[in-house]
Design a binder for this molecule. Structure first.
Ligand SMILES: Nc1ncnc2c1ncn2[C@@H]1O[C@H](COP(=O)(O)OP(=O)(O)O)[C@@H](O)[C@H]1O
Ligand SMILES: [Mg+2]
Length: 322
């Protein structure tokens, strides 16, 4: 069953006298219970896409210039502000990179969870449910921890609390935007295994944004690869990462560390990704593409189905026969 359908999303930011486009015609869907990975270098538009799902970008400076977001049957970009509150948290919940910034420093973690329950699940707004949620995210001695303030907890514990806060509202989709980037490696693994349990036990769909491609192979059903505001490749996670079609996906795989791969063999992608407003003509990746051809400088490639693959795969490179 389709939980989320994003069609041709365009997001712009006010800049000087005009508008600069950061997300440019992004389309994808997420089914109930599905885990979808979203990858790409910094600045490619991953967070802007993710925040748009609940219309969380402040406007101005942002504006939704075009497209449609249908989430849980509701047309997010057309909803009045008053109806957005039930979408935020109740349909889509967020976990961000910096747990400290997501928590209220002057309120105990138990009180913060209780507040979410009051708003989204009035019948469960009690201490027992707070303790159950803290337990569910793997926090020991939850009765005691509920009285702690965020600064009394480690980064890993804080991130568990932000996940508990998201779960408290019972969203159908959890967006995890680089949820482990700020944590050390052993804690990262624990948080990820928690997200995996949540998906398996609660059947909650997850949109996982991460630089860790090994993780995407492990956890995600499908993956979307973003570059310069567009999706350049998509398909089943394992297939895309084992047999990438788009030269950008190939370059990205070579550039990030992966489990079992020698770090010394990493190859940085030459140059830097272009900023919104400075996207090159033709294929946006052409100035950095090791496989560039003359056409690529002028022809604008469409995201097209890769026909000779069994599953549904798409690539924005006409030469990406693999
Ligand atoms: N609040 C903002 N104001 C202006 N521009 C922004 C803002 N947020 C993001 N952008 C622009 O959108 C681009 C994509 O950002 P983002 O989605 O955060 O990238 P990432 O893929 O690293 O998550 C940025 O490079 C930036 O130019
Ligand atoms: Mg981001």
């Amino acid at each position: 069953m389709t939980l989320l359908e994003v069609e041709n999303l365009e997001v712009e930011f006010r800049s000087g006298g005009g508008w600069v486009r950061a997300v440019d015609g992004v389309s994808f869907g997420i089914s109930a219970g599905e885990v979808v990975g979203l990858v790409g270098e910094s600045g490619s538009g991953k967070s802007v896409t993710a925040l748009s799902l609940a219309r969380l970008l402040p406007s101005p400076p942002a504006r939704y210039a075009g497209g449609k977001i249908i989430l849980g049957g509701q047309d997010v970009l057309e909803l009045p502000e008053s109806r957005l509150r039930s979408i935020r948290g109740g349909v889509v919940g967020y976990v961000f990179q910096d747990p400290g910034a997501s928590l209220n420093p002057v309120s105990s973690v138990g009180a913060q969870i209780l507040e979410v329950l009051r708003v989204h699940r009035r019948d469960k707004a009690n201490a027992a449910e707070v303790v159950r949620l803290l337990q569910q995210v793997g926090i020991s001695a939850p009765e005691t921890r509920a009285r702690d303030f965020p600064h009394q907890l480690s980064g890993g514990m804080q991130q568990r609390v932000t996940i508990a806060l998201a779960l408290a509202a019972r969203p159908r989709l959890l967006v995890a935007d680089e949820p482990t980037t700020a944590l050390d490696v052993t804690i990262q693994a624990q948080i990820l295994s928690l997200l995996r349990d949540i998906n398996r036990d609660l059947g909650m769909a997850i949109l996982l944004i991460t630089h860790n491609l090994g993780l995407i192979t492990d956890m995600a059903d499908r993956v979307l690869v973003m570059y310069a505001g567009q999706i350049v490749e998509s398909g089943p996670a394992k297939e895309v990462l084992q047999h990438p079609r788009h030269p950008y996906t190939r370059a990205l795989i070579r550039s990030v560390p992966q489990l079992g791969l020698d770090v010394a063999r990493l190859t940085a992608i030459p140059g830097a990704p272009p900023s919104p407003g400075a996207w090159p003509g033709g294929c946006r990746f052409h100035p950095r593409c090791p496989e560039v051809r003359e056409d690529c400088r002028v022809e604008v490639p469409a995201l097209a189905r890769v026909t000779n693959d069994p599953a549904s795969r798409f690539s924005r490179c006409p030469y990406s026969s693999g």
